[in-house]
Ligand binder design. Structure first.
Ligand code: ADP
Ligand code: MG
Length: 347
């Protein structure tokens, strides 16, 4: 099943879930029905539901902003700023908009924080593997060896005054796939806030960001993705308000060859998919860009280092699911998370 269809199924399930949770949440009769709009953006299905306003014009503002972000940061749009930076690698710096600059800057910060396990210059390897595209393949070691010297977030040169980005070696390429959707979700939140919306759910292909609480003033209940089920099944539910839930895992995009699964989060040091005992990492925090980056960072770091990073941070909570269906949680998760699928065992 391709990535997009899987994401659509996932969004539908989350949508159904929040709707049914809302109905059981004793919605008072004076509240009008929520308004909602869905559209394909940033390579995934985006759904936004507003529960305390009937102003459907807001969707135009929200989706126009998503268009702008996509035009700036998508590798699938030929004229995007990110493609301009990549095309000028080894040649010259490229001036970009504030938002692209901010997301790149943030991606380099996560490179440091993860000691290089997160590396937004992963582009050449992503293209070589083609995981999630129709051209996915197992590259030869020789092919991987030619790409490895191009992967180095530390060598990216930013000029804060001129807002320029320079990749020093020809063939280098940025890929913001692990972080751009989080940024986009935060922008949706900001726009809703500016427009006095206080109860809403933003769903970017399964990355959830909730605004405020439900209209009955109870927290939102959001499903935590089951990494062994591509249809949006969940292992349990977290109760949150003004927070985001983002999962990275082996289920998202992968291909199989000779009984071996190759998924889409790559180890920048080896050039191969990250290989540890994790099936997924779910992050709960307030900013979606952090959740998006951290979910990839902790997945790439592995269970032990990942738990340490999560417990050392005041900002994030994390739920780790191993390939043998054990669930490990960081400090603070226990009070907001209910495990409901008894195939999984909470440690
Ligand atoms: P998704 O948003 O598809 O659910 P992630 O947020 O985990 O998944 O991001 C995975 C994407 O990030 C990959 O498809 C690729 O574009 C990029 N990527 C892969 N490996 C890394 C890495 N080690 N560091 C940063 N980005 C990566
Ligand atoms: Mg991510």
């Amino acid at each position: 099943m391709n990535h997009l269809i899987r994401n659509i199924l996932k969004v539908v399930t989350v949508g159904l879930m929040s709707t049914s949770m809302l109905l059981t949440g004793c919605q008072s009769s004076e509240n009008a029905d929520p308004i909602t709009r869905s559209n394909l953006k940033l390579g995934t299905l985006v759904g936004i539901t507003i529960h305390d306003s009937q102003d459907t014009q807001l969707f135009n503002i929200l989706f126009d902003r998503l268009d702008a972000i996509e035009q700036h940061m998508s590798l699938n749009i030929k004229t995007s700023e990110i493609n301009a930076i990549n095309a000028s690698a080894g040649i010259e710096p490229v001036q970009v908009s504030e938002d692209t600059f901010e997301v790149i800057q943030s991606s380099l910060h996560y490179g440091d924080l993860s000691k290089g396990a997160f590396d937004s210059t992963i582009g050449p390897l992503v293209t070589l593997w083609g995981i999630g595209s129709d051209n996915a393949k197992l590259p030869s070691q020789a092919e991987i060896d030619t790409k490895l010297p191009l992967i180095d977030y530390n060598s990216v040169i930013l000029n804060i005054e001129d807002k320029t980005v320079f990749l020093p070696l020809q063939g280098m390429a940025l890929d913001l796939g692990a972080i751009a959707k989080g940024y986009a979700a935060d922008e949706m939140y900001r726009i809703l806030d500016e427009n006095k919306v206080n109860s809403a759910v933003i769903n970017l292909g399964g990355n959830i960001l909730v605004k405020g609480r439900k209209v009955d003033n109870t927290p939102w209940r959001v499903g935590v993705q089951n990494p062994f089920d591509t249809r949006g099944a969940y292992i349990g539910v977290v109760s949150i308000s003004d927070q985001t839930v983002v999962t990275s895992g082996i289920y998202e995009r992968f291909f199989e060859l000779d009984g071996q699964r190759y998924h889409h989060i790559l180890n920048p040091a080896t050039g191969y998919p990250v290989n540890n005992n994790l099936a997924s990492v779910t992050i709960i925090t307030s900013k979606s860009i952090d959740a998006d980056a951290y979910s990839t960072v902790l997945f790439a770091s592995g269970l032990e280092a990942g738990l340490e990073l999560a417990n050392g941070s005041n900002e994030i909570m994390a739920i780790f699911v191993t390939k043998d269906k054990k669930v490990y949680v960081s400090d603070g998760v226990e009070s907001i998370f209910e495990l409901s699928d008894n195939n999984f065992i909470l440690q």
